[in-house]
Design a protein around this ligand. Structure first.
Ligand SMILES: *[C@@H]1O[C@H](CO)[C@@H](O)[C@H](O)[C@H]1NC(C)=O
Ligand SMILES: *[C@@H]1O[C@H](CO)[C@@H](O)[C@H](O)[C@H]1NC(C)=O
Ligand SMILES: *[C@@H]1O[C@H](CO)[C@@H](O)[C@H](O)[C@H]1NC(C)=O
Ligand SMILES: *[C@@H]1O[C@H](CO)[C@@H](O)[C@H](O)[C@H]1NC(C)=O
Ligand SMILES: *[C@@H]1O[C@H](CO)[C@@H](O)[C@H](O)[C@H]1NC(C)=O
Length: 393
């Protein structure tokens, strides 16, 4: 089931963005446009709205850093931001072959796409769907990207954030990827579809990092020797060349704890200090709780969005989700699917006009396949209402 869905999305995730969609090129500068599907809104009253802009690092094919940019300020859900990374060497127009993106703070963002314009003017894209296929926490997005092939393409987004204090790493804190491997090559897309491990279990190609990669100053593993593609751009036949851990060729590498303020490696005594100094973290409702806090809901009219898919996925995360097209509602707290009310059924379903879940007995499920049916309170739908309704048209 999961693999069938993966297949459908993989084919899509290689479609090229339209040229006009990219930022303009500048000398010795790489511009990364980040599209954010959703962002955690701070609950500190009027404080910042939106998630933290992430950190970015660029590497050449040998794993040497070309340039870095520390994330500043915030970005709102449904928006994009252009992050301009100057290369260290002023005359250096080398393409970024590898990119790492790490969380810029405690306010999570869900990244739907990256549109990258190299110093040379070359362009590449990366979609959140890759992270979703590879087990990252994801959510649908309402960001329509301009592609050459599919006018309706709205990539899924992948959550990036700091871990919940005192709990396991709920969120990836960063990801890194080999840029040319996600260009618009249909042969390669087919290869990933046939053997998803070649996409998800090749550390230099794509990797979701936990607390071992938290800073743009950290180096990432690269293919060493560089991958030799076949003439049509597909992977070498010998997959042992792909399913590798790669080599980290500069320092510090992943796993070296970094000081949150100075962005320098920390020694053991500093690590102890930071851990005991919990006051540095803003106290706020964490997103993982928020999913169960009934505070917000997304109602989507987009044809390709599926509440069934969101509910069936153990890795989806975000507000409760309604697909008006399917007539289904997903309670993200329990991953339970319910019907949207109709003129005949007005209880035990989600009512679009009042935007509330109406309590009542469960009459009939349209999506009977799922493991997600009302395990929690068999046969009865609870009442639920929302502070914030996000309507995706
Ligand atoms: C919060 O923001 C609103 C709208 O910008 C403003 O009217 C209000 O005064 C602000 N409240 C505080 C406590 O800053
Ligand atoms: C990659 O690293 C892991 C953990 O150190 C190790 O178990 C695994 O064998 C390595 N894989 C390869 C292909 O070297
Ligand atoms: C660790 O860092 C602290 C504070 O910067 C410094 O005083 C100490 O000498 C360092 N210890 C080692 C072993 O490097
Ligand atoms: C409501 O019920 C009637 C009679 O059973 C049926 O003909 C009609 O299609 C139903 N309408 C909806 C929206 O389900
Ligand atoms: C239910 O599962 C079957 C087989 O696993 C599949 O063919 C069908 O498309 C699924 N239906 C839905 C609504 O997911």
């Amino acid at each position: 089931m999961a693999l069938a869905l993966n297949g459908a999305f993989l084919a899509l995730s290689m479609i090229p963005l339209a040229i006009d969609f990219f930022p303009k090129p500048y000398k010795a500068t790489t511009t990364v446009r980040i599209g954010v599907g959703l962002a955690q809104e701070s609950d500190l009253g009027n404080g910042t709205l939106g998630g933290n802009v992430p950190n970015i690092a660029l590497f050449d094919g040998n794993g040497n850093q070309l340039g870095t940019k520390h994330g500043k300020k915030t970005i709102n859900g449904g928006e994009f931001k252009d992050i301009v990374v100057k290369h260290r060497v002023h005359a250096d127009n080398a393409p970024a072959e590898y990119i790492s993106i790490t969380s810029g703070g405690t306010d999570q963002i869900c990244i739907a796409y990256l549109a990258i314009t190299m110093a040379s003017g070359d362009k590449n894209q990366f979609y959140g769907d890759v992270g979703k296929q590879c087990g990252g926490k994801w959510y649908p997005s309402n960001l329509l990207v301009e592609t050459n092939d599919d006018p309706e393409f709205k990539p899924s987004c992948i959550w990036l954030g700091s871990p919940d204090p005192g709990t396991a790493d709920v969120f990836a804190q960063g990801f890194s990827f080999h840029v040319p491997d996600f260009g618009s090559n249909q042969v390669r897309a087919m290869g990933y579809q046939e053997d998803p491990a070649t996409m998800c279990e090749s550390k230099p190609r794509f990797h979701l990092w936990g607390s071992d990669l938290t800073s743009e100053k950290q180096c990432i593993p690269v293919f060493n020797p560089p991958l030799a593609y076949q003439s049509d751009g597909s992977d070498p036949v010998d997959t042992s060349l792909i399913l590798v851990n790669g080599s980290v060729t500069c320092s510090p590498g992943p796993g070296v704890p970094m000081h949150p303020q100075t962005n320098a490696p920390m020694n053991a005594s500093q690590i102890l200090q930071t851990e005991s100094n919990g006051a540095k973290r803003k106290s706020k409702i964490r997103r993982s709780n928020e999913a169960c806090g009934c505070s917000s809901i997304v109602i989507s009219d987009h044809n390709a969005h599926s509440a069934q898919e969101v509910c069936d996925s153990p890795t989806s995360m975000g507000p409760d989700f309604v697909s008006t097209n399917e007539g289904l509602f997903c309670d993200m707290c329990t991953h339970t699917i319910y019907n949207v009310c109709t003129s005949n059924a007005t209880k035990g379903c989600f009512d679009l006009s009042s935007q509330t879940l109406k309590p009542g007995p469960i009459l009939q499920h349209r999506g009977l396949n799922t493991s997600s049916i009302a395990l929690h309170q068999p046969g009865f739908v609870p009442a639920k209402s929302y502070d914030k309704v996000i309507h995706w048209t």
